[in-house]
Design a binder for this molecule. Structure first.
Ligand code: ATP
Ligand code: MG
Length: 233
């Protein structure tokens, strides 16, 4: 089964916390994001941006409803849910093994597909060092991914989303850990290489990312304080 079919996301009274007796870090959020929309999520540090990305995948304790294409995600098993959405975290953790194993853990795709996705995601356009130029599918990845930069790890995660043809992509932009050149590569890949039907949520730290978005969501202390087109806010 190919799910989700489009990538429309709606959320009803979504609350989240990190532990049973901990404070709510998201408070009764309600919003709908249309299939193919690109939404920038902004807010001060600690406002709940990363928590929202985790809550959508039920990686933390949640109350309320999340619908993907109208289907409540609590009726879908977690592994199906996690394979139809790709999250690119602020600092992706990789598995020790090869670059190929990280991109295609179940050995489902041809090398040509994998190399195309790495190229589209922009891995080979970064050449900080001789070693960057030599990255191949057989390159060894150390535990956690420590031998790749944070930007390269995000690009690898983006390539994985492309291989899987995820319809919902959630990017938690790295801030200090990533240089402008790398961020530009990622933004260009998202603009030029993602299908028009892919729904993209970006936790944004750069003005450029916000300007490019169809809509901006502003979080403050776990609440949505604004949600609309960039020109309206
Ligand atoms: P930043 O811009 O710094 O990445 P953010 O908007 O992503 O911030 P979150 O990480 O979502 O903020 O944090 C929201 C709240 O949840 C904060 O009060 C934070 O202390 C709390 N929080 C985050 N991670 C955890 C955790 N692992 N355990 C307990 N509380 C956490
Ligand atoms: Mg964060």
């Amino acid at each position: 089964a190919y799910w989700p079919a489009s990538g429309k996301l709606s959320v009803e009274t979504l609350s989240a916390k990190y532990s049973e007796d901990g404070p709510k870090v998201l408070r009764d959020l309600n919003f709908t994001i249309k299939s193919g929309e690109r939404v920038g999520i902004v807010g001060r540090t600690g406002s709940g941006k990363s928590s929202l990305t985790l809550a959508l995948l039920r990686c933390i304790l949640t109350e309320g409803k999340v619908y993907l294409d109208g289907l409540p995600t609590d009726s879908v098993n977690l592994s199906a849910l996690r394979s139809s959405i790709t999250i690119i975290p602020q600092v992706p953790e990789l598995l020790s093994g090869t670059l190929r194993q990280n991109l295609d853990p179940f050995g489902e795709y041809d090398d040509a597909v994998l190399n195309d996705s790495l190229r589209a995601a922009g891995l080979f356009s970064l050449q900080h060092s001789e070693d960057d130029a030599r990255l191949t599918l057989d390159s060894a990845i150390s535990s956690g991914g420590g031998n790749l930069s944070v930007g390269q790890r995000q690009i690898l995660a983006l390539a994985r989303a492309m291989v899987r043809r995820s319809k919902l992509l959630i990017l938690d932009e790295a801030t200090s850990a990533i240089d402008n050149e790398t961020d530009n590569v990622i933004q260009a890949s998202l603009r030029n290489e993602l299908g028009k039907d892919v729904t993209l949520l970006t936790v944004a730290h750069r003005l450029q990312t916000i300007m490019d978005a169809d809509k901006i969501m502003v979080l403050d202390a776990g609440n949505i304080v604004e949600f609309g087109e960039p020109g309206e806010l």
